[in-house]
Design a protein around this ligand. Structure first.
Ligand code: NAP
Length: 342
């Protein structure tokens, strides 16, 4: 993309590029709104770091996460979506109806009547001693990305959800052993994922333990994890070369903090069943909003809702030049009004 003209006001800028962002792009591009997606360097969101996706409808044999995201992107591009493969660095949201919102990518300022926020969520940190220092030197948040560095080496996974099971199963193909360390004896993971992990010989289980600290060896890489029993007064040290943290996610809402409503955990708050935020013309979708379902298919669904909310806003707000191609007239009104007002 070339630098923007200061006179250009986009219909819609979408910040973020997981299933929510790309689906919002697909719908708004099919509505002739020519969306601009600020997709980040590592576009595609967390699915880029996943292997088999078996629960996205329409793919009975399953599909690799990166291939699924490539398909989402291609489909949005086919209808005229434009992409900036870089990070949004600043967002300024306007309070006035029909106002102009601003999104910066470095020094370039982009302006739009509507913004769809779909920045998603990132891996949560344990926040224990040694974690940050050893990140990239034994501590990792992505087995799919880093497992190959741990061939025939002892490793551990921290966490008890589906992500932890998925990571353990993948890692077990490379590491000599994978110890799943979880702070409770019950697991949050689904039965099918837990059973799959339990059937693998080189996966071991250590509960109820929490990591207290990671230690480096003489060469500077991870060598030891100190664990604390969460039910008894006992600590132990285990020798490992790799530790993969899979304890959930946190929303990437820092760009809009103080401008829209966020809950205590930083998730974006939207109005009722809509994707509207408290700023007119600003909508939220995907994992940035949803801490309950957090599935690719639900994120895609909310991307659709945000696209439709943005369309209706552009169509119905006095003072905004009406983009061609939007649903118009009584039929559209009868169809959309009850949903829009809910
Ligand atoms: P999650 O379900 O929230 O599980 C997080 C796990 O990490 C829990 O076991 C939690 O322990 C533990 N944990 C959280 N904070 C911790 C801390 N500070 N120290 C130690 N442990 C901590 O997150 P997720 O596994 O990432 O899954 C998120 C969603 O994605 C779920 O809906 C899941 O089903 C879905 N998902 C599906 C698949 C699949 O089907 N293939 C794969 C991955 C994810 P407690 O249980 O004690 O709270």
């Amino acid at each position: 993309m070339t630098s923007p003209s200061p006179d250009t006001i986009e219909n819609v800028i979408i910040v973020g590029s997981g299933p929510a962002g790309y689906t919002a792009a697909l719908y708004t591009s099919r509505a002739n709104l020519k969306p601009l997606v600020v997709e980040g360097f590592l576009w595609g969101g967390l699915l880029q770091q996943t292997t088999d996706v078996e629960n996205y409808p329409g793919f009975p044999e399953g599909i690799e996460g990166p291939e699924l995201m490539q398909r989402f992107r291609d489909q949005a591009e086919r209808f005229g979506t434009r992409f900036i493969t870089d990070q949004a660095t600043k967002v300024e949201l306007c309070d006035e109806p029909a106002g102009v919102h601003k999104v910066w990518v470095g020094d370039d300022e982009y302006r739009a009547h509507t913004v769809i926020l779909a920045m998603g969520a990132e891996h949560k940190k344990l926040e224990v001693r040694g974690e940050e220092e050893l990140s990239g030197r034994g501590v990792s948040y992505c087995a799919t990305c880093d497992a190959a560095f741990f061939k025939e080496k002892p490793t551990m996974i921290v966490g008890g959800g589906d992500s932890a099971m998925e990571e353990a199963i993948f890692l077990s193909k490379f590491a000599s052993k994978v110890i799943v360390v979880h702070r409770r004896s019950e697991f949050r993971a689904s039965k099918i994922m837990l059973e799959r992990a339990r059937s693998i010989e080189n996966i071991e289980w250590l509960t109820p333990y929490a990591v207290e600290e990671f230690h480096a060896g003489e060469k500077g890489g991870l060598e030891v994890a100190r664990l604390r029993n969460t039910e008894q007064d006992e600590t132990r040290e285990i020798a490992i070369a790799g530790a993969f943290i899979a304890i959930g996610h946190e929303p990437q809402s820092h760009l809009v903090k103080g401008q829209v409503d966020l809950d205590d955990e930083g998730y974006l708050i939207t109005e009722g069943r809509s994707t509207r935020t408290r700023k007119p013309g600003v909508f939220g979708a995907g994992d940035l909003v949803d801490h309950t379902y957090r599935q690719a298919v639900t994120a895609a669904g909310s991307g659709t809702q945000a696209a439709l909310d943005a369309e209706w806003y552009l169509r119905d707000t006095p003072g905004i030049p009406k983009p061609a191609g939007l649903p118009q007239g009584d039929l559209a009104e009868a169809q959309w009004a009850p949903i829009r007002e809910s």
